[in-house]
Design a protein around this ligand. Sequence first.
Ligand SMILES: C[S@@+](CC[C@H](N)C(=O)[O-])C[C@H]1O[C@@H](n2cnc3c(N)ncnc32)[C@H](O)[C@@H]1O
Length: 254
Amino acid sequence: MSTEKTTLNEVDIQQLSDSVISLQIDEEGKVLRRVRSFVRRQGRLTPGQENALKKYWPIIGLEYQATPLDFDAIFKNKGPITLEIGFGMGNSLVTMAQNNPEQNFLGIEVHLPGVGACLHLAHEANISNLRIMCHDAIEVLENMIPAHQLDMIQLFFPDPWHKAKHFKRRIVQTAFLDLIHEKLKIGGIFHKATDWENYAEWSLDLLNQHPKFKNLSTSNDYVPRPESRPITKFETRGTNLGHGVWDLMFQNLE
Ligand SMILES: C[S@@+](CC[C@H](N)C(=O)[O-])C[C@H]1O[C@@H](n2cnc3c(N)ncnc32)[C@H](O)[C@@H]1O
């Protein structure tokens, strides 16, 4: 897909949806299968989402490529950068970008209708401090985010993968913490929120065991929801089902 296009067409949109993961081949030419934190779902686009993808992706979207991003060139300032993984429909991400115009935001989501919805909201909000990607966030972190550039990484209500046989799909794993540690600045913060108690405990254990993160909770477990974090769509769904909410905030020590 050409990056110089001023609008996308249906073929470009299909290509965007088809390329959320990259084909990885080993030395013997075999396709490598990695465990992903999501299952690819097609999901129909509403006319509004399709229109937003056509018109606003060329302005706000960033295509996946296996080369490091130049944040100075992208945001044209040296303000703090927040990366959000799995922004869903983008409501809370756009609200945060709107409330913090001096900061920069990069949102990553694999679900194309969510990307369309977020583009629509970003256009309505008339903001210029947000860029959006439609690709597996793990690949983006591995290949596109230079070391020690991010002030904040946020992960709000990631898929809990609640059955034990699926725990390997949970995005929070030791390897993930190693990866985000490398991308956060010293003093940068990882903020996770979940409505699934077992996933909160799982994350707390892994983070507490990690030598390079410090818990910002005064009780050494969870923090109250910071004012800066808007209530998300999945949070509301969880709360309506009677779930609790657990926020974790850990600082990168070195
Ligand atoms: C349960 S939803 C939560 C959405 C939103 N944060 C909220 O609170 O409403 C989790 C989202 O993460 C996305 N996701 C899961 N793994 C991802 C990955 N590796 N890269 C990008 N997005 C991912 C899913 O597509 C899904 O939209």
